[in-house]
Design a protein around this ligand. Structure first.
Ligand SMILES: Nc1ncnc2c1ncn2[C@@H]1O[C@H](COP(=O)(O)OP(=O)(O)OP(=O)(O)O)[C@@H](O)[C@H]1O
Length: 205
């Protein structure tokens, strides 16, 4: 998937968070959005993902040289962020079975294999509400990375992860994201070390 940003701008009330942001995200490449706290990284990622509206400029989405309407983009993009909730009433098995039906997972993997890849087999029948914050973050990452989508958006992906979780994150990226566009919003080099290009939010103030 290709995503083009054309003179994009976002303000909250009278404060512009960023302006005149033009950039092209190319098919299958990996990008980092960087900048200090409050510079607008998460806001930009949410705009790209279609969950927040921009105030000026345009975004174009293209797959195999065909334009995708913004209202259809949710089917093509997955999003993981510490502030997005998972369905806590479900067990992990229920959650991924439900997700498989609603959004669709990449065809090479089923619910059992996802749970095995996360190292959460022993907790697969426990309601997610009883998971630790790091376990929940693994679930959020897996939900995004195993979705059958053309673009994976990750906001602060290592939040709450221990060393084993960090290794898991890098192996999921390596094994399942090679042929997809990935955009990471982050301040931590370890979260985006695999990215080929960086957008610095400070350039768009
Ligand atoms: N819903 C909102 N209403 C008003 N202001 C907001 C809203 N959401 C974000 N902001 C403001 O927009 C600015 C950018 O916030 P954002 O969360 O995008 O920054 P960030 O670069 O991701 O920060 P961090 O590194 O701390 O996660 C901040 O000044 C924030 O206060």
């Amino acid at each position: 998937m290709k995503i083009s940003l054309n003179n994009l701008g976002k303000r909250y009330n009278r404060d512009w968070i960023f302006r005149n942001l033009s950039f092209q995200f190319d098919n299958n490449k990996h990008y980092a959005i960087t900048g200090p706290n409050g510079s607008g990284k998460s806001t930009l990622l949410q705009i790209i993902g279609g969950s927040t509206i921009h105030n000026e400029g345009e975004i174009f989405y293209q797959q195999s040289d065909k334009n995708i309407k913004p209202e259809k983009i949710f089917k093509k993009i997955s999003f993981a962020a510490p502030y997005l909730e998972v369905v806590e009433e479900m067990t992990l098995t229920e959650f991924f079975t439900f997700h498989q039906k609603m959004k669709g997972c990449i065809s090479s993997i089923d619910t059992k294999e996802i749970i095995f890849a996360l190292g959460l087999e022993k907790s697969s029948h426990k309601q997610i509400r009883y998971y630790s914050s790091g376990m929940k973050q693994r679930v959020k990452l897996a939900q995004a990375i195993f979705s059958d989508v053309a673009a994976v958006l990750l906001d602060e992906p290592l939040t709450n992860l221990d060393n084993e979780g960090i290794l898991l994150y890098h192996s999921l990226i390596k094994n399942y994201c090679n042929n997809r566009l990935v955009i990471v919003s982050s301040n931590d080099k370890n979260e985006y070390s695999f990215c080929e290009e960086t957008i610095d939010m400070l350039s768009y103030k």
